[in-house]
Write a protein that binds this ligand. Structure first.
Ligand code: ADP
Length: 651
């Protein structure tokens, strides 16, 4: 059923009225009809009611349809009006139409009524819609004008050659100009940027929209930075004469801010570079003499016979190492603050690495008369770690154990543990020292925090060991947890995701740490490029049972030496004084194809993670940082030579 149609029916003949109602209803039009037959009734109805349709007879008592139409017109009522009359002549019909009637139907051709009604209703609906749209358009136009005029950006329309066709009021505040229309935008764009903007405007029909930053001139002569978004407007003319909306915004404040920011960043970068250089140089300058102190103390200790002298050299050794640990913590913390180091993850045998770190503390144990034990796993435990970061973290933790334990023992152990369905290798350092009270649990991983602080503090340290260790272990995907009881001791566990476990079959493992062969062999010569004589003598002493160390005191000499003979390995200092440095020397050596598979180890005091990345990128096969122990350098040489033989076999 269609919705109701409200009809005002002007008709004095009740039968005709019923007939029309019948016709409308039987054609499914659902009419609601109000019938009137007098003028005052009609006026009252049109003034107080609204109708979808008026149907009118032409001749009524003292009133005519034409008069009714007149009354409608006088009141600007637009309701469709259909004459239905038996008497209407052609002239009246035409007159009614010229006066605004929608249609007329003769009673003897009443079958036309329904099409006439339908058409009238449709036209009326269309007209109403159009009127509504027009009124909405008018409202919107008013709104847009208001928005345009009140916007702080200059909203304008430009011709394709940059002439202002319209400009909002903001032109006054932005450019100091009231009347922009007819002016060219290119007259006020900074001369250096005119060509750039011109070429962009040529592209607008293709790009449709483009935002551009350039300098524009205020009436007072000063230039300021603005941002303009140009939007193509479709016009019916040639594409060469298109138009554009240009919204011009003052961005001078943002530009100032950006340039301040750039200046600050450049300054910060410069400071950062200075800091990095300073850190790298500090590392080098401290480590080179420490190499001498620790290395020669180690030699003295092994060669002296007098017990007290052995004790003295052992104390020099442990003091040197303490200094080294502190130095590394400070440098690493500063380095981490300025940049996150690249991490070089590689599968390593954890048992061997822990073993070499554990051994560096043997002297501490002797000096303090503590029991010190290492319970390695009987398996080869492979973890994917950055060896250098792990070693530093473990060193800090064992160093703490020694610092805070006066009697009893320190035990380092390795085991494999399953936690939340993941296998971990766990390195634990347990001590029977002073322990940590629960209230201090949250502080100990914070930078520079120590439980005993101030002048009354009883223990050495800077409060950096644990924060640095934590950062390093987390960087390689591990975690440090601890348990502790005051006066009973502490245990720190380093959890590392496990890569694999192998049965320890030393015949088939790459990580053997075997002692020197007892069978006397002819010693081979290896080349050590080093300008510091003390370091050369130390290296010679460390390697005396295994290799003859040939010294080149600068890069140039080393190149001459390698041209005459092939060495199975080259050890290269990086800072070689006034001549070529170690990196440049390596580049020249590697140009000699005979040296393609010969390992070159960087022996350096530049020990920050970023230095190590730089050296590996430069082509060094391995790095050892000063100071190192005899065992560390021997193991590394053996490992490097072994790998290079393996490589050659593969080729
Ligand atoms: P510090 O240089 O003082 O050792 P750390 O950051 O390594 O700095 O450790 C912070 C604090 O945590 C130490 O000052 C100490 O109070 C406590 N601590 C660390 N390890 C131990 C331990 N094994 N036994 C007792 N206290 C410890």
């Amino acid at each position: 059923m269609k919705s109701e149609i409200n009809i005002l029916h002007l008709e004095d003949n009740i039968y005709d009225a019923e007939l029309i109602e019948y016709i409308l209803s039987s054609n499914n039009l659902n009419p609601v009809i109000k019938r009137v037959d007098k003028k005052d009734e009609f006026i009252n109805s049109i003034e107080h009611g609204t109708y979808d349709l008026i149907i009118s007879d032409n001749t009524l008592n003292n009133f005519t349809g034409l008069e009714a139409l007149e009354l409608i017109n006088e009141r600007n009522i637009e309701t469709p009006f259909i004459f239905v009359s038996g008497t209407i002549g052609e002239e009246i019909a035409i007159e009614s139409l010229t006066h605004g009637a929608t249609d007329y139907v003769l009673k003897h051709r009443i079958e036309r009524l329904i099409p006439a009604v339908n058409r009238a209703l449709k036209e009326f609906e269309d007209k109403s819609k159009l009127k509504w749209t027009e009124s909405e358009l008018k409202k919107n136009e008013k709104l847009y004008r208001l928005l345009t005029e009140n916007a702080s950006d200059l909203i304008s329309k430009l011709s394709s050659d940059g002439i202002f066709l319209f400009a909002s009021k903001a032109s006054k505040t932005l450019l100091g100009i009231d009347a922009m229309i007819g002016k060219s935008i290119f007259d006020i764009i900074h001369p250096e940027e005119v060509e750039g903007v011109k070429s962009i405007l040529l592209e607008i029909p293709k790009l449709k929209m483009k935002t551009v930053e350039y300098r524009i001139q205020h009436l007072n002569g000063s230039y300021f930075w603005c941002e303009t978004s140009f939007q193509y407007i479709e016009t019916s003319g040639s594409i060469n004469f298109h138009e554009m909306i240009a919204v011009i915004r003052d961005i001078s404040e943002r530009k100032n801010y950006e340039s301040e920011l750039l200046k600050s960043k450049a300054k910060a970068d410069e400071m950062n570079l200075l800091k990095s250089n300073l850190l790298a140089n500090m590392s080098h300058e401290f480590r080179t003499p420490l190499n001498g102190i620790i290395g020669f103390a180690e030699i003295l200790k092994s060669e002296l016979k007098n017990k007290s002298y052995i004790d003295y050299s052992s104390r020099i050794l442990s003091s040197g190492k303490r200094l080294l640990t502190t130095l590394s913590s400070i440098l690493n913390l500063s380095a981490f603050e300025s940049e996150v180091p690249n991490i070089n993850l590689a599968p390593e045998n954890l048992v061997l690495i822990v073993d070499s770190v554990v051994q560096t503390f043997n002297d501490y144990a002797l000096n303090k008369e503590l029991k010190y034990e290492y319970l390695p796993s009987n398996k080869i435990i492979i973890v994917n770690i950055d060896k250098m970061l792990f070693e530093q973290a473990l060193t800090n933790i064992i160093d703490n154990a020694f610092k805070f334990t006066l009697k009893g023992k320190i035990t380092v152990s390795i085991k494999v543990e399953n936690k939340n369905n993941t296998n971990f290798a766990v390195v634990s350092v347990a001590d029977t020292g002073i322990g940590i009270s629960e209230t201090n649990y949250e502080y100990i991983f914070k930078d520079f925090k120590q439980v005993s602080e101030g002048y009354s503090r009883k223990y050495e340290g800077l409060g950096l060991g644990l924060p640095v260790a934590k950062r390093m272990i987390e960087l390689i995907g591990g975690e440090i947890v601890f348990e502790s009881k005051v006066e009973k001791g502490s245990t720190f566990h380093i959890y590392l995701p496990l890569t694999g476990i192998k049965i320890n079959d030393s015949s088939n493992n790459n990580f053997t740490n075997d002692k020197p062969s007892l069978i006397k062999q002819k010693l081979s010569e290896i080349l050590y490029v080093e300008d510091n004589e003390m370091n050369y003598i130390l290296m010679k002493r460390f390697l005396k049972d295994r290799y003859i160390v040939v010294n080149a005191s600068n890069g140039e000499i080393s190149i001459e030496l390698i041209s005459k003979k092939i060495y199975p390995i080259i050890l290269m200092d990086i800072n070689l004084g006034s001549g070529m440095n170690g990196i440049d020397t390596l580049k020249i050596i590697k140009q000699d194809i005979r040296y393609n598979n010969i390992p070159v180890i960087a022996v350096t005091g530049y020990a920050l993670p970023s230095d190590r990345d730089r050296l590996l990128d430069s082509g060094f096969n391995n790095i050892i940082t000063k100071p190192f122990t005899k065992e560390e350098i021997i193991n590394l040489i053996k490992k490097s030579i072994g790998e290079s033989k393996w490589n050659q076999k593969m080729i």
